[in-house]
Ligand binder design. Structure first.
Ligand SMILES: Cc1cc2nc3c(=O)[nH]c(=O)nc-3n(C[C@H](O)[C@H](O)[C@H](O)COP(=O)(O)OP(=O)(O)OC[C@H]3O[C@@H](n4cnc5c(N)ncnc54)[C@H](O)[C@@H]3O)c2cc1C
Length: 492
């Protein structure tokens, strides 16, 4: 495709908008930001209304979940949905991946059998192969033939004696730190290495902001909260409160369509417009730690375990400069008492207990943050004994996510429609956001996207430079109180 002159492209979009309907997207998390970006790139006039100062500042996104291999309990259909959605998301946000493999490990403390994963892995690999054959641009997870690899004890003993190259590429390179530091007596074999990559929430936020800040079709209304809305027979009337320092302004604005992308608060708008919906909300946290004694590059490692028990899954997510994020699926670490709540007959908005809501609104008490971080470090050191020397390294990554319906294991969800021109984006994983807004465009007939590639549909997003995205992401991380390593590109 000939490269479109950027000025010409922006002019075409301005001409298109004269006849375009107006869309309000409420909520600027990955769902709303992706929706606004997609609509604006298609030439639809959109206002993105976000009560916080910047975009994609809600619960964390650290894993792409392409193939759903981090979850043993979900169906192969969900895994395949997540695979396809993830590939499209990476093509939309090209500078957001941390390319390093994930190791899936079943310890003796878990009842599972590592070989039970194999049939599903084979199916996912075969779908990936087909997607790559259909379009070479889908090859964002490496060569499909190398999608995963198995390691037995003997293989790891060989790797133990090796030195990791400075720029690890192959699975063997990435497995060296694992072989050298993990208690190999404690785990079952084989260990599965799979190209499940990291996904940087800060670089997603940066990408969306860089595009939307310069898009002539998107009005970015940050620091603006929707407080009420109603349908007046022809259009939606939204009441918006904007903060500019101490000054609060209230205004009413009319739109043809409303997309509710309020994340775990989606039910509040459902209640305002009397569009009931069953959903759950779950509060969880992961902990940021620094392992100063480490001087090698780790892959992601999942040590499986029964959720909610003392042996719950332990997960190590690597970043630059030996900063690691930890999940521990126990009630004392990632999970919380009454952390999973449901909607009821009277309200579509599940109610979190006050102590958890308070964490979202006012932040964490120092002693709770340190206590849970230390527990997470201990939990990891059951498998990687030297991890004991790691220390807590600041604010946890935390938040509440919605799960539509009543199946708490649901991971691939996208959009639902209700009454006049009102849709809710209800993603559980960030990678479902693009699919959700594509369905909205089709249902409401907002634009013709047939036979056009992601790259053709999103010229502004696909033209971003890696350096600009990383620089903006680092600024966002620091501004939100996180180490800049969490925004830095990690892996190859
Ligand atoms: C600990 C943890 C780890 C996770 N890890 C991953 C992961 O690795 N990969 C992954 O894909 N997913 C992960 N998730 C899930 C993921 O974070 C969420 O599914 C995702 O962020 C949902 O995006 P969203 O845009 O729907 O909601 P949100 O990110 O919550 O965005 C909603 C936005 O709406 C705004 N808003 C709400 N009400 C209003 C209003 N009235 N007016 C204006 N603005 C409003 C909010 O301020 C917010 O910015 C994780 C979740 C948790 C809790």
């Amino acid at each position: 495709m000939p490269r479109i002159n950027e000025f010409q492209y922006l002019m075409n979009q301005m001409i298109d908008q004269i006849s375009s309907p107006t869309v309000a997207v409420v909520g600027g998390g990955i769902a709303g930001a992706t929706a606004a970006l997609h609509l604006a790139e298609l030439g639809v006039k959109v206002d993105l209304i976000e009560k916080n100062e910047s975009l994609v500042s809600g619960p964390p996104i650290c894993h792409l979940h392409a193939g759903g291999n981090l979850y043993r309990e979900i169906s192969v259909e969900q895994c395949i949905d997540l695979l396809a959605q993830s590939i499209e998301s990476v093509r939309l946000y090209p500078h957001t991946l941390n390319r390093r493999p994930t190791l899936i490990v079943v310890p003796h403390s878990d009842g599972g059998d590592p070989l039970a994963l194999l049939p599903r892995l084979e199916q996912i690999r075969s779908v990936y192969q087909t997607l790559v054959e259909q379009d070479g641009r889908n090859q964002v997870l490496g060569d499909p033939k190398q999608y995963f690899k198995l390691y037995y004890r003997d293989d790891l003993e060989v790797l133990k004696a090796q030195h990791q190259p400075a720029d690890p590429r192959s699975y063997d390179d990435w497995l060296i730190p694992f072989a050298q530091n993990t208690d190999l007596e404690n785990i079952k074999y084989p260990v599965v290495a799979v190209n499940e990559f990291g996904w940087s929430v800060f670089r997603i936020a940066a990408s969306a902001m860089l595009v939307l800040e310069k898009s002539p079709l998107c009005e970015l209304k940050t620091a603006t909260k929707l407080v009420d809305m109603r349908w007046d027979e022809k259009q939606w009337l939204l009441i918006l409160e904007s903060h500019d320092g101490e000054v609060l302004t209230t205004q009413q604005q009319a739109y043809d369509y409303v997309i509710n992308a309020c994340g775990f608060e989606t039910g509040i708008l459902d209640d305002l417009v009397a569009a009931p919906r069953q959903r759950m909300v779950e509060f969880k946290a992961a902990y940021v730690t620094k392992w100063a004694d480490n001087n090698v590059l780790w892959p992601e490692v999942i040590f499986h375990g029964p959720r909610g028990t003392e042996n719950g899954m332990a997960q190590l997510t690597p970043y630059a400069n030996s900063v690691f994020q930890l999940h521990g699926m126990t009630k004392g670490i990632t999970l919380f008492d009454d952390g999973l709540v449901s909607s009821c007959q009277q309200s579509s908005q599940p109610k979190l207990p006050p102590q958890l809501e308070n964490k979202i609104v006012n932040g964490w008490r120092e002693e709770v943050r340190v206590d849970r971080s230390v527990k997470a470090i201990k939990h990891m050191s059951r498998f990687v004994p030297d991890y004991d020397s790691a220390t807590e390294f600041g604010l946890p990554l935390f938040g509440a996510q919605q799960i539509p319906g009543d199946d708490e294991t649901l991971r691939a969800a996208d959009v639902s429609f209700a009454q006049q021109h009102y849709a809710r984006i209800e993603v559980v994983k960030g990678s479902s956001a693009l699919e959700a807004v594509r369905k909205i465009v089709s249902e409401w007939d907002l634009a013709d996207t047939e036979n056009k590639s992601i790259e053709e549909l999103h010229p502004l997003a696909c033209a971003l430079s890696e350096a600009d995205v990383e620089a903006k992401a680092k600024q966002l991380a620091l501004g939100r109180g996180y180490p800049q390593e969490l925004a830095q590109i990690y892996g190859y």
